[in-house]
Design a protein around this ligand. Structure first.
Ligand SMILES: Nc1ncnc2c1ncn2[C@@H]1O[C@H](COP(=O)(O)OP(=O)(O)OP(=O)(O)O)[C@@H](O)[C@H]1O
Ligand SMILES: [Mg+2]
Length: 337
């Protein structure tokens, strides 16, 4: 194992590559290989970096090895988070109530989403998970209560300020919602063309990179009808990532996929997180597997928060509703039929 000394850090001056540093520390790549990758890093992204991907491109590291490594790091990080939960929240709900068609769908939700962590929202169908996610990004307004993003109450913002806040988010909707009439390339390019004044050349570069990140390089010419369920989810993920959001909301990114593809998408989410350190909130039915892939869990039921805690604590919860949900028992407080 190579110790990453201050000298080495200095010798890769200017590097903000945490993953690169971890790879050297773990002896997976050499300092020389990291330096070479840093020299070739084609585009500085501002946030995070692509150093792991470049090491793969150079042949210094296999893609599967990189993902395995990221997963191990993620596990360590999760352990650290379990001991010292992050105090800082990026999204906060204060007493949120939402009435839809005369029904109280959200019933007094208080919750804090930790910044720079992956939070999973779990709960039975119809419990208010998607409605909760839509409130985070201001797509739905609460009947009562406040939603704060970065400490600012969304209700107090002008239309212009709200659209600035929304630009910090990307959302992958339940069902993916690709445009059938647009190619994969145009689907991914869509948010860039709609919300930025970037040139077509820069857009092409960003779209190709986003497709590569989800292992769909060269598939830009295909149409949604030609894609399998797993590929469609990956295109939707590329479209959500292409704008380099600070907060990524994913509504059931693995629903309806086979267990191998589900695992691949979870790896991809972990990889994206490790590279970019963004805040992620994902709704998932992949219980208890999802506890391996997230730092924090919010369990919702009948419009209320049952528990909001580190994933290990939810996995061991004594709450009868959560226990029944995790085990999939027919008997318990949740009425099945
Ligand atoms: N636009 C709407 N108008 C009226 N009722 C709605 C609307 N959107 C959601 N609801 C209702 O709110 C409740 C919560 O819906 P939500 O979509 O948040 O559930 P969910 O937890 O995401 O479920 P699932 O796991 O099936 O996706 C449901 O009873 C649903 O019918
Ligand atoms: Mg839903």
């Amino acid at each position: 194992m190579t110790a990453f000394s201050p000298d080495m850090a200095a010798s890769v001056a200017g590097s903000r590559s945490r993953i690169g540093q971890q790879l050297v520390e773990a002896g997976v790549v050499s300092i020389g290989q990291l330096q070479e990758a840093l020299r070739l890093q084609p585009v500085q992204r501002g946030k995070g970096d692509l150093i792991g991907s470049i090491l793969v491109e150079l042949g210094y590291l296999g893609q599967a090895d990189l993902l395995q490594f990221l997963f191990q790091q993620f596990r360590k990080e999760r352990l650290a988070y379990q001991v010292v939960p992050a105090e800082e929240g990026i999204i906060e709900f204060r007493g949120i109530e939402k009435i839809l068609d005369g029904r109280r769908v959200l019933d007094g939700i208080d919750l804090v989403i930790p910044r720079g962590k992956i939070t999973a929202v779990i709960g039975v169908s119809g419990g208010g998970k998607s409605v909760t996610l839509k409130h985070m990004v201001g797509l739905m307004k609460p009947t009562r209560g406040s939603v704060l993003v970065g400490g600012r109450d969304l209700a107090t913002l002008s239309t212009k300020e709200l659209s600035q806040v929304r630009r910090r988010f990307s959302m992958l909707f339940q069902g993916g919602a690709l445009f059938d009439s647009l190619s994969v390339f145009d689907n991914v390019a869509f948010p860039l063309r709609e919300t930025t004044g970037l040139s077509e050349e820069v857009i092409r570069h960003r779209v190709e990179r986003a497709l590569k990140e989800v292992n769909l390089a060269g598939m830009g010419g295909k149409f949604p009808d030609d894609l399998s369920g797993g590929m469609s989810k990956r295109v939707a993920l590329a479209r959500a990532l292409v704008t380099e959001p600070e907060i990524l909301l994913l509504d059931e990114p693995t629903a309806g996929l086979d267990p191998i593809i589900e695992n691949a998408i979870h790896y991809l989410i972990c990889d994206t997180f490790m590279r970019t350190r963004l805040t992620m909130v994902l709704i998932s039915h992949a219980v208890p597997d999802i506890f391996n892939w997230c730092h924090h869990v919010v369990a919702l039921h009948q419009g209320k928060v049952l528990e909001s805690a580190p994933s290990w604590a939810i996995a061991q919860s004594e709450n009868p509703v959560i226990r029944q949900f995790i085990r999939g028992d027919l008997e318990g407080p949740i009425q099945v039929i």
